[in-house]
Design a protein around this ligand. Structure first.
Ligand SMILES: O=C(COP(=O)(O)O)[C@@H](O)CO
Length: 254
C-alpha cells in the first residue's frame, strides 16, 4: 500500500492556559511543515476556540481531549460534541489511558463517544493500550483487539476510515514510562491492522490510520513511524514546546 501523510500530533494534556495556548498556536501557524506530514494539536478545552481561530487556514488540525456523547443536557462539567464543533475543532481524542484510569472511562463509553463524534462530523482519535500487568502476562494483543472491537462496534464500513487509532501502551506513557522497542510496536500494529481488516474488510480496514504513542521523542519517532503499519505518532512531553514539536515532525521525514 502506498504511504499517505504521516500524522504527527500532540496533546497538551492539562498544560497551557488560554494565553500560553494562544501564543503557541500563533507560533505554530507561522511554521511550515513538510508536505508529507499531517500535524495536529490537542489543547485543553479552555483554549480550544482560540487555538482553532489562530490555526484556521493553516495545515495544523485541532482537536479536543475528550467529549460527552450527548449533544446537551444535565451533565455538569461535561463538554458536548456540538460545543467542540462550534469551536472549530475537527478531531476529538477518546479513551486516553489517563481518562480510563482516573475517570473510569470504559470501552463501552468509548464506543458511545465514537458514534457521537462521527455523527457530529468529528474525527475520533481512539486511544487503546495494554497495562503493565497485561503486558507482563502476554495478553497485549488480546487486550488491543478487545478494546478496538468494542470501540468500533456498530460503526459502518463507510465511517471506519474516518477513525484514527492510537496504540499507547500504558506502561510507556508519561514521566515513569518505558519506551517500547521497535519490533514490539511492529508486531502490535501488524496485529491491529489484521483485526481492522477482519472487522471492516480490506479496503476500510487498510484505510484506518494507526498512530503510536508513549514516550515518543525526537530520537525514536522516525524509527516508529517508518514501520509499515504505523501511520504516525502521538506525542506528549517531547512535543509540548512548539519548536520541539516542529523539529520532531521534520525528523520523521528526514
Ligand atoms: O499520553 C501520551 C504520550 O505521552 P508521553 O509524554 O509522550 O509519554 C499521548 O496520548 C500524547 O498525549
Amino acid at each position: 500500500m502506498e504511504r499517505d501523510a504521516t500524522w504527527v500530533g500532540t496533546s497538551w494534556k492539562m498544560n497551557k492556559g488560554p494565553s500560553a495556548a494562544a501564543e503557541a498556536a500563533d507560533r505554530l501557524a507561522r511554521l511550515s511543515f513538510p508536505a508529507t506530514i499531517q500535524p495536529f494539536v490537542i489543547p485543553p478545552f479552555t483554549s480550544l476556540k482560540d487555538v482553532c481561530d489562530n490555526l484556521s487556514g493553516s495545515r495544523v488540525i485541532v482537536g479536543a481531549q475528550n467529549m460527552h456523547w450527548e449533544d446537551s443536557g444535565a451533565w455538569t462539567g461535561e463538554i458536548s460534541p456540538v460545543m467542540i464543533s462550534e469551536c472549530g475543532a475537527e478531531l476529538v481524542e477518546i479513551g486516553h489511558s489517563e481518562r480510563r484510569t482516573h475517570f473510569g472511562e470504559t470501552d463501552w463509553i468509548v464506543n458511545l463517544k465514537v458514534h457521537s463524534a462521527l455523527h457530529h462530523g468529528l474525527r475520533p482519535l481512539v486511544c487503546i493500550g495494554d497495562t503493565a500487568k497485561e503486558y507482563s502476562h502476554d495478553v497485549t494483543l488480546e487486550t488491543l483487539a478487545r478494546q478496538l472491537k468494542i470501540a468500533l462496534h456498530g460503526v459502518s464500513e463507510q465511517n471506519i476510515p474516518r477513525v484514527l487509532i492510537a496504540y499507547e501502551p500504558v506502561w510507556a506513557i508519561g514521566a515513569g514510562g518505558r519506551p517500547a522497542d521497535v519490533p514490539f510496536i511492529d508486531k502490535a500494529h501488524n496485529h491491529l491492522r489484521s483485526v481492522l481488516i477482519n472487522l471492516a474488510g480490506l479496503e476500510a480496514g487498510s484505510a484506518v490510520r494507526l498512530l503510536y504513542g508513549g514516550s515518543v521523542t525526537q530520537d525514536n519517532a522516525a524509527s516508529y513511524s517508518r514501520l509499515q503499519n504505523v501511520n504516525g505518532v502521538f506525542v506528549g512531553r517531547a512535543a509540548w514546546n512548539v519548536d520541539h514539536f516542529h523539529a520532531l515532525a521534520e525528523g520523521v521525514v528526514a
